[in-house]
Write a protein that binds this ligand. Structure first.
Ligand code: SF4
Ligand code: SF4
Length: 327
């Protein structure tokens, strides 16, 4: 435990966990390794061995492997080194590999698990606020005239409150987790967007969502950068125009109020469309690929659930060199 505290203070763990490379091999080295209570028969000879057990738990747990290898894991690629080779710089910092590894000690696992808690809280809050603004904004814009005044007033208050919280959110993020706030801003703004190759891959994927590989999904990929940059520009503009709308025509004059309303609606519309795109990237594309995998399995084998874990060739050779239908 003292060792862990020393590591935390030295920021070594922070640096490793914030990189886009698989952390499990290095987390293993900070752990105690096989201990007497790991029930080895001759445990006295193995105390402190921090080597990889080739159990493959980290490979099975990793979402990037599942996506890149299309559910076809190979039994000879079940080490932390294989994981690093497959994941390359596309690690999503989910730390499932660290949690799944029997060689990583509980203290390190706990530290890794809580490492991004503030980031996740801010992300969940941002999503909740944007969806609240989206719902109440659309409702007020289209149906304000058709609902009782009291209801419209309540929606208006919720909308304004969510808007204020949205403006305050970056400040909260900075206060509770300066390092990750800076990391996000630096990562989004430090380099050009670099959209060329990414758009080519995206177009290929959209044309054949069940066949072509997904666009490179490294952190701070062009879409990710664009989304953060967009939010950095759109949120202040939404706030300013929202304040203008709040004070109304009497205070601002007809032309300024009109400009505020139009700009506010336009930015809100763009944000809503980008949210839909975001949902597609986060959820729908996985659904598309899963349906594609299920369909292919059904055509080739007559069921939907097989094979998900090991390569067909290996299963086939285990069955005598031929792929057998499972029914
Ligand atoms: S399980 Fe998560 S943290 Fe580990 S390599 Fe895969 S994406 Fe990275
Ligand atoms: S989970 Fe297993 S394969 Fe992965 S690093 Fe730990 S011991 Fe090695």
């Amino acid at each position: 435990m003292e060792e862990l505290e020393r590591l935390k203070r030295s920021k070594t763990l922070t640096v490793i966990l914030d990189e886009n490379f698989s952390p499990v091999g290095r987390m293993r080295l900070f752990s105690q390794g096989v201990r007497p209570n790991n029930r080895l028969v001759r445990y006295e000879e193995a105390v402190g061995d921090k080597g990889c057990l080739t159990c493959g738990n980290c490979v099975d747990a990793c979402p990037v492997v599942r996506e890149k290898e299309r559910f076809e894991f190979r039994s000879n690629r079940r080490t932390s080194m294989s994981l690093e080779n497959i994941v390359e710089d596309e690690c999503r910092r989910c730390y499932r590999c660290v949690r799944a590894c029997p060689q990583v000690t509980p203290g390190v696992k706990e530290y890794a698990t809580g490492f991004r808690r503030a980031e996740k809280f801010i992300h969940a809050s941002l999503a909740t606020l944007i969806f609240t603004l989206m719902g109440t904004g659309i409702f007020l814009y289209h149906y304000k005239m058709h609902i009782p005044e009291l209801h419209a007033g309540i929606y208006g208050v919720v909308h304004n409150l969510a808007g204020i919280l949205l403006i305050v959110l970056p400040v909260v993020y900075y206060l509770i987790d300066k390092n990750h706030f800076r990391r996000l801003i630096d990562g989004a703004w430090e380099k050009p967007l670099g959209t060329g190759e990414w758009f080519r891959q995206l177009k290929a994927f959209l044309r054949h969502p069940f066949r072509d590989a997904l666009p490179a999904w490294t952190e701070f990929n062009p879409y990710h950068k664009f989304w953060i940059r967009y939010l950095c520009c759109a949120l202040p503009l939404l706030a300013l125009t929202g304040i203008g709308n709040f004070f109304g025509e009497a205070a601002l004059g007809k032309s300024l109020y009109g400009a505020c309303s139009v700009l506010h609606s336009l930015i809100a519309l763009c944000t809503d469309l980008l949210i839909l795109l975001h949902l597609y990237f986060k959820l729908l594309r996985f659904l598309c690929r899963n349906i594609g995998d299920m369909f292919r399995n059904w055509r080739s084998r007559g069921d939907f659930h097989y094979p998900f874990l090991y390569a067909r060739k290996e299963v086939a050779s285990a069955q005598g060199g031929h792929e057998q239908p499972s029914h």
